[in-house]
Design a protein around this ligand. Structure first.
Ligand code: GLU
Length: 473
């Protein structure tokens, strides 16, 4: 098979490219487009997914989004004026099941961002072993400037505009940045008004408990980060740190994932040395009082100024002296600009896409291990899956069943990633030779990391499913 027959292949940054970028007088900006980043991560998997020869063009197919829906959303604002918003829903791949993924309200929402997030959902669901494909949605807006009424009107208009692009067996939304159980309640209600006489509960997950929601969904992302970190440390791969108890933990972000992570890691005996939100960082090298920081956030809307902490810029928390760093905010936080200043030994990604490919190379060179987003933050979508099952069967799961099942799923996928990583490292010369044969002149493969291993497991599963189904018709 000729080189390049799988379609365009982009060179990922290696150490020499990074050095060149750093040395040039007018430094080239790092490519922070999330969809280009997803592509780089995808290309990193190609040398390892068996077998390259069998791909026969499938590599392009499995990266391309299946469907992109863009909708214009007029909303009458509280002042009586009509404001026009832009909404997106991208279904990346439904080979393994209905689309699944959150809806976010944020100023950064754009088509390329939603495409990347949908791609990561395909990989996340495949890796977690749940029967969904990947999807994501969003509305470009500043949620901090919307009243509750405006948010409700915007949500309802979005769901009406999406129509049957979503559905219990086509595409199932959930919460993401700046959307919550209340938002999911409006989504369910709007969809159910348009579909009388059917059980519409499984059309959306993360709903309020009184509306078919599942116990433990709001803490699920943070619990998943905890289980993944615990399992990885227990494997003994970081000889100096084998448990969460006693570890110093810094957390960027104090939203759903970050705030719950602070409590869960503290309860496991960790010392929380810093948290942050968009207002800044609240730091306490000897440990902060999570309850007091939470109370301060509730009364003032910010973590900065919480008793017993010193203040820093929002990104300062990433550079805190700590053992475990949990980025729980958004994309592109750990970049080529600050990766050299990270002090943690382990990064467990609660956010989607917090680390750029250039930063990954720097972190690997510095011996910093990363538990990647599609593995570490899968707890949210795994418990969403339990909620969907619960709704389809008109059942109610209890807390113990949710927690035990979540632990089992996250342990299993963490084990799968560690095993695949070991296999890739052991067989690197073979993969290297095969890659050179396929792509003559391509730079040598760099030593694998857990992000590449996780994506290799996920993409390998998506590919196996596509092969089993065949290309229709
Ligand atoms: N928004 C979450 C994520 O990025 C959850 C998605 C879901 O539950 O469908 O994983």
């Amino acid at each position: 098979m000729a080189a390049g027959a799988d379609g365009p292949w982009k060179e990922r940054p290696d150490r020499s490219t990074i050095e060149k970028l750093n040395e040039s007088e007018e430094p080239m900006a790092e490519d922070l487009n999330p969809h280009s980043i997803a592509r780089t991560q995808y290309d990193n998997t190609l040398p390892y997914v068996d077998s390259l020869v069998g791909w026969k063009g499938m590599a392009e197919w499995l990266f391309a989004p299946e469907k992109i829906v863009t909708v214009t959303l007029p909303v009458v604002m509280d002042d009586g004026l009509v404001h026009t918003f832009q909404g997106y829903r991208v279904i990346h791949n439904t080979g393994r099941g209905p689309g699944k993924g959150g809806i976010r309200f944020h100023p950064s929402v754009a088509e390329d961002e939603v495409k990347a997030l949908a791609t990561w959902m395909t990989w996340k669901c495949a890796l977690a072993g749940i029967p969904f494909g990947g999807a994501k949605g969003g509305i470009t807006c500043d949620p901090s400037k919307l009243s509750l009424d405006e948010k409700r009107h915007l949500t309802r208009r979005f769901i009406a505009a999406l129509g049957d692009n979503i559905g219990p067996h086509t595409d199932v939304p959930a919460p993401d940045m700046y959307t919550d159980a209340q938002t999911m309640g409006w989504i369910y209600d709007t969809y159910s008004m348009m579909h009388h006489g059917t059980n519409s509960l499984p059309v959306v997950t993360g709903k309020p408990l009184d509306l078919g929601g599942i116990v433990g969904r709001s803490t699920a992302t943070a619990r998943g980060v905890y289980f993944c970190t615990e399992r990885f440390l227990a494997s003994g791969r970081l000889p100096k740190m084998t448990t969460i108890a006693g570890a110093r933990v810094a957390i960027q972000g104090f939203g759903n994932a970050g705030r719950h992570a602070a409590t869960i890691f503290r309860d496991a005996g960790a010392v929380i040395v810093g948290v942050s939100d968009t207002s800044g960082s609240a730091l306490a090298p000897k440990g902060l009082d999570v309850a007091k920081v939470g109370a301060h956030k509730d009364s003032t809307g910010r973590v900065v100024g919480a008793p017993g902490t010193t203040s820093g810029s929002p990104l300062k928390v990433l550079e805190a002296e700590c053992d475990i760093l949990i980025p729980a905010a958004m994309e592109n936080q750990i970049t080529m600009e600050n990766a050299d200043r990270i002090k943690a030994a382990l990064i467990s990604e609660a956010a989607n896409g917090p680390t750029t490919p250039g930063a990954d190379v720097i972190l690997a060179d510095r011996g910093i291990t990363v538990m990647p987003d599609i593995l570490a933050n899968a707890g949210g979508v795994v418990v969403s899956y339990f909620e969907w099952v619960q709704n389809l069967q008109n059942e109610e799961w209890d807390e113990k069943r949710v927690d035990d099942s979540l632990r089992k799923h996250i342990y299993r996928s963490t084990d799968a990633v560690m095993a695949r990583y070991d296999e890739m490292v052991a067989n690197l010369p073979m993969y290297q030779a095969r890659w050179q044969e396929m792509r003559p002149g391509a730079p040598a493969l760099r030593h694998p990391d857990y992000r590449i291993a996780a994506a290799v497991v996920a993409v390998g599963r998506a590919k196996a499913t596509a092969e089993a189904r065949g290309v229709w018709p």
